[in-house]
Design a protein around this ligand. Structure first.
Ligand code: PLP
Length: 404
């Protein structure tokens, strides 16, 4: 029996812990970059589960691989070997040039692992370092470790004291980075493009300041590529594009294209300081997760997905920059590949997201004033054009509804 949106909302409101303010729509089916709600209405999806469904919805190849795995073997734990972790680790190592992988279940766990491995590195060296340096506007997840390097006070305040010491540096002040990093710093953590913080790419100057600070003090670099990594920007990892060579990289989101899987990618010098039992998880890297990740990575590298992101992303960027010329409500266009943010005049983004949804287009608001778009990496240019056309209509009315 099909449930109506109202039925679902009423039932959820009784027993689901109310931590999410959901939008008034319930999806039951997907196909490529399209979602269908309980009433059969179609939506063009430029959110993709917040940058997760990298191959779109109900990808036939992924569905077949996952179904076959479910019929064969889903999970055995990390007490035993299985054949798929090595395959995914080889692929990730080849893409990242970081030779070792720790598998986990989400982005926040990947960050958590990176923070632990950074501290473990210094502990093993016999000169423990506890401190981290992070960036203002940064978001790395909600577990206590990841939250400690997440900047937004609203997320942090109820849970203090968190892991410390953590110093937050203004991303537009490279000089502050030099001051903040010392011989006490275990690691600097940075998103190459801040996602939740409003799609804000790290500047070349800040990337260079990070690189210089790491070389001067020996501090490790953790690149949080949970959102920006694995092809999202048209490159395997965006940190490399900025000339950075991280010791640790956190990934998640796109890796399983909807099957929960995360990973910490680890350099040789950090890996050799980690011992048996230092970290672990029951589910991390199980057969289901690895089968999905192996399928996604094969699409990314062997089936032209990276090239598609570059071409489709360049096309979409042109469309977005044209919108910015037409609509004064757009203050800035930021991003790379298929990760884009339109910063709107204060108050306009919430209106625009709602109006877009009413017209059948899903985009998401982040950092209050930014419309964020993280479509499936295989989205067609025709769908991107349709999205740009809907945004054009929406922004025309937003211009009027939210005057300067
Ligand atoms: C850069 C970054 N790091 C970490 C996380 C946390 O990932 P997850 O929500 O999968 O735990 C996110 C989630 O949005 C993210 O964008």
């Amino acid at each position: 029996m099909t449930q109506s949106l109202d039925d679902i909302r009423t039932r959820e409101s009784k027993h689901v812990l109310q931590t999410y303010r959901r939008q008034p729509v319930a999806f039951v089916r997907g196909n490529g970059s399209h979602l269908y709600d309980v009433d059969g209405r179609e939506y063009l999806d430029l959110v993709s589960g917040i940058g997760v469904t990298s191959l779109g919805h109900a990808h036939p190849g992924l569905a077949a691989a996952v179904a076959e795995q479910a019929q064969t073997l889903l999970h055995t734990s990390n007490l035993y070997y299985h054949p798929l972790q090595a395959e995914v680790a080889e692929r990730l190592a080849a893409l990242s040039e970081l030779p070792r992988v720790f598998f986990c279940n989400s982005g926040t766990e990947a960050v958590e692992a990176c923070l632990k491995f950074a501290r473990r590195h210094w502990y093993t060296q016999g000169s423990p370092r506890h401190a981290f340096v992070a960036l203002e506007g940064g978001f790395s997840g909600r577990t206590c470790g990841a939250l400690s390097v997440t900047h937004d006070e609203h997320y942090r305040a109820p849970f203090m004291p968190l892991l410390g010491p953590v110093t937050f540096v203004n991303p537009s002040r490279p000089d502050q980075m030099a001051e903040a990093v010392s011989a006490e710093t275990a690691a600097i953590i940075a998103e190459p493009i801040q996602g939740e913080g409003g799609v804000r790419p790290l500047s070349r100057e800040m990337a260079e300041a990070i690189d210089v600070a790491c070389r001067r003090t020996g501090a490790l670099l953790i690149a949080d590529e949970v959102q920006s990594g694995l092809g999202r920007t048209g490159q395997p990892f965006h940190a490399r594009t900025l000339g950075l060579q991280p010791d640790l990289v956190s990934v998640g989101k796109a890796l399983g294209s909807g099957v929960p899987v995360g990973a910490a990618l680890v350099s040789a010098r950090v890996a050799e300081t980690i011992s048996f039992g230092d970290h672990g998880t029951t589910y991390g890297g199980n057969l289901l997760a690895c089968r999905a990740a192996a399928f996604f990575l094969s699409q990314l590298t062997d089936h032209g997905l990276l090239e598609h992101v570059r071409a489709a992303g360049a096309h979409f960027e042109r469309r977005l920059r044209t919108l910015a010329l037409r609509h004064p409500v757009i203050e800035e266009v930021r991003g790379a590949g298929l990760m884009w943010g339109l910063q709107l005049r204060a108050g306009a983004a919430a209106v625009a997201v709602e109006q877009a949804r009413e017209r059948g287009l899903l985009v998401n608001r982040t950092n209050d004033v930014v419309i964020r778009m993280l479509p499936a990496l295989n989205i067609s240019t025709a769908d991107l054009d349709r999205a740009a056309d809907v945004l054009d209509e929406v922004l025309a009315t937003t211009d009027v509804a939210v005057p300067a």
